[in-house]
Design a protein around this ligand. Sequence first.
Ligand code: AMP
Ligand code: MN
Ligand code: MN
Ligand code: MN
Length: 281
Amino acid sequence: MSPALNADLHSHSTRSDGTLSPARLARRAHDNGVQLWALTDHDELGGIDEAAAAARDCGLRFVAGVEISVSVAEQTVHVVGLGVDPADAALHAGLQQVRAGREQRARRIAAELERHVALDDAYAGAVRLAGNPALLSRTHFARYLVERRVCASTHEVFTRFLTPGKPGYVEHDWATLRDAVRWIRGAGGHAVIAHPARYHFTSTEEWALFESFKELGGAAVEIVTSSHGHGDQRKYADIATEFGLLASRGSDFHSPQESRCDLGRLPPLPAGLTPVWELFA
Ligand code: AMP
Ligand code: MN
Ligand code: MN
Ligand code: MN
């Protein structure tokens, strides 16, 4: 498949913290000219069947995906799995274990928030928006605080409350990098480091992350994604080349109201990289 293929291999539905159903996402991807699409909900595969069926109905090529939350050197790193078998038992068990931590974490986030803003029902409010305590993410708290007019935008909630060092942020242990890559590969998929420019590693820590990822059998790095500028694309293109990793492209679309970049509306991969979609040829 051509490097110029309009591939969008990172997006979220209502099965995690997106606002559109898997079927609506499939139609939107198709309408936006996407030629190869992956649904990659956080720690969750529950939207895959609906996404696959809707993609089939509109003639859109679909790849089953997931975005696994991982802890590395006291930070959260996201590892996207592409082309996974959604019925794989070990992947299911692993993801279920990761999701199980979300409910307790959310109770701690709610308690922290309630200490700092005039709300006493942050947990219930966020659960209502998430639909399921196991899927609760910071995004649902952000939306609830906007709904209650504590902040004007979800961006403001993250900046003031939900990021490391801010009063509503709580530390949490997610999966290990080793387990996440093992679950993805065991389910026949390919592991991708998502939006690497969003982490705050020292250059030594970042190098170590890519070294372990490669050693564990990781396949690719997200180069073109909504949170990356041109400089980020260049930097991670060099890293992909250095480590012999393939290149991925994905909008990380969550919502027409909140996302900066719509499905499929991304620049092409920089020249000279091998696209991860060659694996799906
Ligand atoms: P969680 O998995 O609960 O930690 O939530 C992570 C999600 O929060 C990410 O996948 C993004 O959708 C969203 N997020 C993280 N940081 C920000 C930010 N600075 N602004 C807006 N959304 C963010
Ligand atoms: Mn998200
Ligand atoms: Mn992510
Ligand atoms: Mn994402």
